[in-house]
Ligand binder design. Structure first.
Ligand SMILES: [Zn+2]
Length: 301
């Protein structure tokens, strides 16, 4: 049945996917699958895509942008999006479902299951690309820090320029407060270049991401140069509870020792006031949800 779907109705159907688990655990699986499907829709691809293809592409996206996990479960988001009423699987009656309510991956493959937006959503997104960009903005902003959003969007063929123009501004005092507390130096490498008296290429990073409801407080911030900010948000390093730098064993390549490896096990530069030091709760979150490490991995969807 073809309902008439207003933009508000459509965006509100996806609202649930913008929520995080109450313990702040990252679950970018559904958002990444939807973003990928929006990208396909904008490229004028067919409504339904095989699970086999979705599995391959979503696995790559989760490897790049998801938390580090031993096993990546693409079947769970592919199947469970149906419950959110934003996904259809025509072959659903033939699929074997386990006691936890998840489809068996082998069954999805064997039955050559396909998935895609329901027809009314697909039509609305195709007729109104503005709406597709708005939905992409909502999802990417809800789950990824600013430093990663363009890369996420590009990887699913969504033009990030359209998305960036829709963004709201955040608490403008967070960054100056953090930079001041750290004496306008990178907490990792001491970088501190000023041009005309103003710090350049120095940023305030959230330890627990803003998107995960990390507060705009100095004890949830770190002053980092642009390079160390990117590396921190990607989980190439984290901080121990003693506030020492722990470099991921997965960080490698030319320049990685010079720019990162040599700081391993070194303490960061701390603000003068202990109240401003990175708080242990937020450090634990970062090491659990962002840091790429074989030691710290949890199996989870
Ligand atoms: Zn630095």
């Amino acid at each position: 049945m073809m309902g008439c779907m207003t933009p508000e109705n459509l965006l509100s159907r996806f609202k649930k996917l913008q929520l995080w688990a109450s313990n702040g655990q990252r679950a970018p699986h559904k958002p990444l699958l939807i973003l990928w499907a929006i990208g396909r829709c904008l490229q004028g691809e067919e409504r339904f895509v095989s699970y086999q293809e979705a599995d391959r592409e979503l696995s790559k996206l989760l490897d790049r942008f998801g938390p580090h996990r031993k096993v990546v479960h693409t079947e769970a988001p592919f199947w469970r999006l149906q419950n959110d009423e934003v996904w259809e699987i025509p072959e659903r009656n033939r699929i074997t479902v386990g006691p936890g309510g998840n489809a068996h991956k082998s069954s999805l493959l064997q039955e050559d299951a396909h998935g895609g937006f329901p027809k009314d959503i697909q039509n609305a997104l195709q007729d109104n690309n503005e709406l597709a960009f708005q939905l992409a903005t909502d999802l990417v902003d809800a789950h990824f820090p600013l430093s990663m959003r363009d890369e996420v969007l590009q990887s699913v063929d969504i033009n990030s320029e359209y998305v960036n123009s829709r963004r709201k501004r955040r608490d403008p005092s967070f960054s100056p407060k953090v930079l001041r507390a750290y004496g306008s130096r990178c907490a990792v490498c001491n970088f501190s270049v000023r041009v005309n008296g103003k710090p350049v290429a120095l940023e305030a990073a959230h330890i627990k991401w803003h998107e995960a409801r990390g507060p705009d407080k100095v004890h949830n911030g770190l002053a980092l140069c642009v390079l160390h900010h990117r590396l921190f948000d990607k989980g190439a390093f984290t901080l121990s509870l003693d506030r020492e730098i722990i470099v991921s064993e997965y960080a490698e390549g030319k320049g990685s020792n010079l720019s990162l490896g040599r700081f391993d096990s070194k303490p960061i530069l701390l603000p003068a006031k202990p109240d401003d030091w990175p708080s242990l709760n937020f450090l634990k979150w970062h090491s659990r949800e962002v840091f790429i490490s074989s030691v710290n991995t949890i199996t989870s969807i």
